[in-house]
Design a protein around this ligand. Structure first.
Ligand code: ADP
Ligand code: MG
Length: 425
């Protein structure tokens, strides 16, 4: 199968070959023909499988083959959950549209709205937006989406996870009812199907990878380790394994900052990327990482979602995600494009149930290893911690007085997700 045989225009084919793509990826091959037919499409494929071009190419083809005279109303709206993703999709629209007369703009929060508004005033065909800033500008009457012909929801699963359902509904009410709707997602969950039912009309469903399977090329490993020894272990793995670059996931923003600082103190260049960072800081971290100047990028799930970080050899779960699907997304960052990848998880006692759920989801058990000097704490509780509560020292039990330990235990029983028996500091 070639891009030519999909019926894309010469200008698009030229841009595609400039990007160096030789043939469409499976999801592109499946989605593009239906989109070109004008059908609503629900497409699901793992991160890194080329979904962006899967909707951008047919969109640009349609817009350029059916031009609208003079003034430019927004004809296509692409919604993405995060700023980075919006910027990335915008870049793709620019790249693929290089030889077309199509104007596009990207809007997201966290930066001054003025330049965005100025660009919108000049007229754009394709708008890429995060929900918040879109509604914000709409409320100020600075943009209109009532002429939208094609609506695209990218990373639909993450949109739901981030609580954008209401915003999406508000946004949809502002567009004409008759339009083409495309939904792209890395997973095909029940919630996604439900959302699709509300948005799509008689959609064509395309899927390029089986649900929640992990790529064969990725080797997965679990290190059982005491919570207090995770930082030491990751430093050892990175240094002794001479890892060139790694993407490390933490569960919280705070945890990301803390780990980044400790890595830097250990002379490992690192940067954190999460929602509390300014747009400038996030872009700088990502650019530094892509350029190879930053060795370790420490990220939260939300910040990392959908980011295109090609050919990453190592992905580390410094903490397991409490949502099992996020594990699949995280490790999807490695082993892309046929390159071998390694996904490592540092698992402490309180994460035992998360690990079980993940293994159930991916349908396999993950190889476990213990490193000498970084053994798990046999006395640590296996109760999950409340999100964000991960500061306790699991080895402090021995230092604690008996009565304190007992108090901890009682609390642990009555407040399941709050107590942390024996390791409260
Ligand atoms: P997804 O949205 O599925 O996570 P992206 O659209 O971000 O994936 O694409 C991942 C990477 O694959 C990008 O670097 C993109 O340039 C590249 N890519 C997309 N389509 C092709 C193709 N047909 N051939 C080669 N590389 C491609
Ligand atoms: Mg994507």
């Amino acid at each position: 199968m070639s891009f030519q045989s999909l019926g894309l225009s010469d200008a698009l084919l030229k841009a595609i070959s400039k990007k160096g793509y030789e043939s469409p990826s499976p999801i592109q091959e499946k989605a593009i023909p239906s989109i070109l037919e004008g059908r609503d499409v629900l497409a699901s494929a793992q991160t890194g499988t080329g979904k962006t071009a899967g909707f951008t190419l047919p969109l640009l083809h349609y817009l350029s083959e059916n031009p609208k005279a003079k003034f430019r109303p927004i004809r296509a709206l692409i919604l993405t959950p995060t700023r980075e993703l919006a910027a990335q999709v915008y870049q793709s629209v620019q790249d693929y549209g290089e030889f077309l007369n199509i104007r596009s703009a990207v809007i997201f929060g966290g930066v001054n709205q003025k330049p965005q508004v100025a660009k919108l005033r000049k007229g754009v065909d394709v708008l890429i937006a995060t929900p918040g800033r879109l509604l914000d500008l709409q409320n100020q009457n600075l943009l209109s989406i009532k002429r939208v012909e094609v609506f695209i929801l990218d990373e639909a699963d993450r949109m739901l996870d981030m609580g954008f359902l209401r915003d999406m509904e508000r946004i949809m009410a502002l567009m004409p009812e008759k339009r083409q709707n495309l939904m792209f997602s890395a997973t095909f969950s029940k919630d996604i199907r439900k959302l699709a039912n509300g948005i799509l009309n008689h959609p064509v469903k395309v899927e390029a990878t089986p649900e929640n399977s992990t790529v064969d090329a990725i080797s997965q490993k679990v290190y059982r380790v005491a919570k207090s020894k995770k930082t030491g272990l990751i430093i050892k793995l990175i240094s002794e394994g001479s890892w060139q670059q790694a993407l490390v996931f933490t569960r919280t923003k705070h945890g990301a900052n803390r780990l980044t600082k400790k890595l830097i103190s250990a002379k490992i260049s690192a940067a954190a990327i999460h929602g509390n960072k300014s747009q400038g800081a996030r872009t700088k971290a990502l650019t530094g990482f892509k350029a190879g100047k930053v060795r370790v990028l420490v990220a939260t799930d939300i910040a990392a979602r959908g980011l295109d970080i090609p050919l990453l050899p190592h992905v580390v779960n410094f903490e397991l995600p409490n949502i099992s699907e996020d594990y699949v997304h995280r490790i999807g960052r490695t082993g892309r494009a046929g390159a071998d990848g390694q996904a490592i998880s540092l698992v402490s006692a309180d994460e035992t149930s998360y690990l079980k759920n993940i293994e159930k989801l991916i349908g396999q058990s993950i190889e476990v290893e213990v490193v000498e000097g970084f053994e798990p704490d046999p006395n640590a509780s296996t109760e999950p911690l409340k999100q964000g509560q991960n500061r306790s020292r699991s080895n402090s039990r021995s230092k604690n007085s008996k009565s304190k330990t007992q108090r901890g235990r009682r609390r642990n029983k009555s407040q399941r997700y709050r107590g942390n028996s024996g390791n409260k500091s």
